[in-house]
Design a protein around this ligand. Structure first.
Ligand code: BG6
Length: 500
């Protein structure tokens, strides 16, 4: 079986990446585009135009990518070990790259003229403007694009997270961008939606008959959604002090996983039908506000342990401030969805830096059998692993072989994507970039979705801000503060790893 799927016909596009020499571009976007090129998913004429303040020529930029992204490939964990010796494809990819220096908001308009020069004559192509830059630049960049006459009906704009700090700032960004681009042209990215298992969740739920009848409060006790990371935040204080785990991970990634787990079956596999159902879940989240915030949320900050520094001691370009002391690097939340399907089923969300393992997963914990005739049984559990090893596990009860008394043992029925499918599992950004180039917004967040998420997050942020207490400390390399365990322990439950 070929490891390269048949290429689908690709649109010719000009992809303009603002922030094109930055970390995201070098680590994620360019490698993803290279893979797409290698697998025949980029049309031969598609160009990639990086914009930055760097003052680079095309040759400089190609040299930088050649030196840095190739190194990047070697140290990134790419499943099929990119055959970088395949130099012909690499050279072809490098030849697609261009660089334009731009001064957004400045008086020097020569960068915009240079971009116009590159794009003119190609108005019939799809144009994708990818804003891999801080959100404060989104509005000014779109305005300048429009002033330079570069926005065509076939243009799209891609917005990287974070989309604002709270609901009002997200609305302001949406208004600014919406003044130039129509909603159908705006692609708000959440890279979790590009992960293979996340898309598989929809297939698992809606292409198999056996799950749907038990996917509700009659059969499910609770759901846990975890995104645990071993990394800390070295060098990111400037960003992280103003973000924290709630804005950085929960408002987007974890809530997206929650909506896909909890949504009603859409009538069609189409962009609006799926997003309509996701928004309904966000709108049905029970608000957590005021004094309830203490009961239903936990925030923590890692402190030094062994040779791992604490958050406040992480090396960084800026020294810690009062904001640093108050920022959460861990959070756990008990969420509830107020609808018929999910009434009474808690959804526990948890994310943290410097945890003992890197693991993102959705755990669906079923209730116990209504009447047990065997002692020692444990309820079924379905685990959807997003990373590190994408897969699905259903834990069922089985009889241990033996002629004596019946002894039960929970055993996993596992599907490992890596072992089952020979095709390379693409990185999230590969899938999402292909969708942007093809103009398919299904896996991107609509304005109402992003704003509904902020509407639920804002009261939690407000209560934390008003609370003089600092986040609970937890030693680096552990599973978070005691409060996170109490959050489940109060109802006799435990996080997945505690009862493995
Ligand atoms: C990003 C966050 O959106 O997601 C980072 O800003 C986080 O703080 C990252 O590390 C996690 O992504 P992944 O794909 O490694 O789980």
């Amino acid at each position: 079986m070929s490891t390269h799927p048949e290429p689908t016909p690709a649109h010719t596009a000009d992809l303009v990446v603002f922030g094109g020499t930055g970390d995201l571009s070098m680590r994620k976007l360019l490698p993803a585009l290279y893979h797409s090129d290698r697998e025949g998913r980029l049309s031969p004429e598609t160009r990639v135009i990086a914009m930055s303040r760097g003052g680079l020529t095309d040759a400089d930029f190609r040299g930088k990518v050649d030196a840095e992204v190739r190194d990047g490939f070697e140290c990134r964990r790419v499943r099929d070990q990119v055959p970088i010796e395949d130099l012909a494809v690499w050279e072809r990819f490098l030849a697609r790259l261009h660089h334009v220096s731009v001064d957004v908001g400045g008086s020097d308009k020569s960068g915009w003229d240079a971009l116009s020069g590159l794009l003119s004559g190609f108005e019939s192509r799809d144009r994708v403007f990818y804003l891999a830059s801080p959100p404060r630049t989104f509005g000014p960049f779109c305005r300048e694009l429009a002033e330079a006459g570069l926005v065509t009906p076939r243009s799209r704009v891609v917005l990287e997270k974070p989309l604002g700090q709270d609901l009002p700032s997200a609305q302001a960004i949406n208004d600014e961008v919406g003044a130039i681009f129509e909603e159908r042209q705006i692609f708000r990215i959440d890279h979790y939606l590009g992960k293979e298992t996340v898309q598989n969740l929809l297939v698992l739920r809606f292409a198999n008959a056996f799950l749907e009848p038990v996917w509700n409060s009659l059969w499910i006790d609770h759901v846990q959604i975890t995104a645990a990371e071993t990394v800390g935040t070295p060098g990111r204080r400037g960003y992280y002090d103003h973000a924290g785990a709630l804005r950085d991970m929960v408002q987007n990634h974890l809530l997206q996983l929650l909506t896909l787990t909890a949504m009603e079956p859409p009538a069609r596999n189409d962009r609006e039908a799926i997003r309509d159902e996701k928004v309904k879940v966000l709108q049905a989240l029970r608000p957590i506000a005021g004094t309830e915030v203490d009961r239903f949320t936990v925030r923590g900050q890692y402190v030094g342990a062994g040779d791992m520094p604490g958050y406040l001691d992480e090396p960084g370009s800026t020294p810690p401030t009062e904001a640093s002391a108050r920022v959460e690097t861990f959070t756990a939340i008990r969420a509830e969805i107020k609808n018929w399907r999910w009434a009474g089923v808690p959804f526990y969300l948890r994310t943290g830096k410097r945890m003992p393992y890197r693991r993102s997963e959705i755990v669906v914990q079923f209730k116990d059998v209504p009447h047990s005739i065997f002692p020692g049984g444990t309820p079924n559990r379905l685990v959807l692993r997003l990373q590190p090893e994408e897969g699905i596990e259903l834990h069922i009860m089985a009889k241990e072989p033996g002629a004596g008394e019946v002894t039960l043992k929970p055993v996993p029925m596992s599907l490992s994507f890596g072992e089952t499918f020979t095709a390379r599992v693409p990185e999230a950004y590969e899938r999402l970039l292909s969708d942007v180039l093809a103009g398919n917004p299904t896996l991107f967040m609509r304005r109402d979705e992003v704003e509904a998420a902020w509407r639920w997050i804002d009261p939690i942020l407000d209560a934390w801000k008003a609370d003089p207490a600092l986040p609970e400390p937890y030693p680096a390399g552990t599973t978070g503060p005691a409060g996170a365990h109490e959050l489940l322990g109060r109802s006799g439950r435990a996080w997945h790893e505690e009862d493995m």
